[in-house]
Every structure is written in C-alpha cells, then in structure tokens.
Write a protein that binds this ligand. Sequence first.
Ligand code: SF4
Length: 78
Amino acid sequence: MIPKSPGKSAPPVMRVHVNRERCQGHALCNAILPEIFALDMLGIARAIGHGIVPPALTERARIVKDFCPEHAIDIVEG
Ligand code: SF4
C-alpha cells in the first residue's frame, strides 16, 4: 500500500458570481475590486475571468459581497 503523501493539497479556489437580475448598477464592486468586476454598457456588473479570485484578493471580494446594496454577489469556495 502506498502511503498518502503529507504534501500540499490544492488551496481552495474562490469564485464570485453576479446575479445580474438583482444588480442595479451601483458600481461599488467595480470601484473596490476592478480586477474582478467589470460593468457592461448599462452599468450592470459581471465577473471577469470566470469569477476566479486570486488568493491576494479574497478578503476584498468578501468585503464587496457584504457591501453590495442589492445582495447580488455570491461567493463559492472550494
Ligand atoms: S455593487 Fe452590487 S448592485 Fe452594485 S454594480 Fe456591483 S453587483 Fe451590481
């Protein structure tokens, strides 16, 4: 039997998702985290790059989620 290596497991990946039907275009997400949130021509937000959040930006992503006035941002980790 091969012992399990005590090596590193992959770090969890965080993704953000914008519910575009809820989004009212306040642009807060884009102001705080432009690396992750873009606005379309109508000012509605969308996640850039499949919503994958680099580890260095995860704390800001949580802040954006909490501050979105429309609760339009979901975060999935794992
Ligand atoms: S902060 Fe929320 S409501 Fe405002 S643009 Fe971003 S997702 Fe939309």
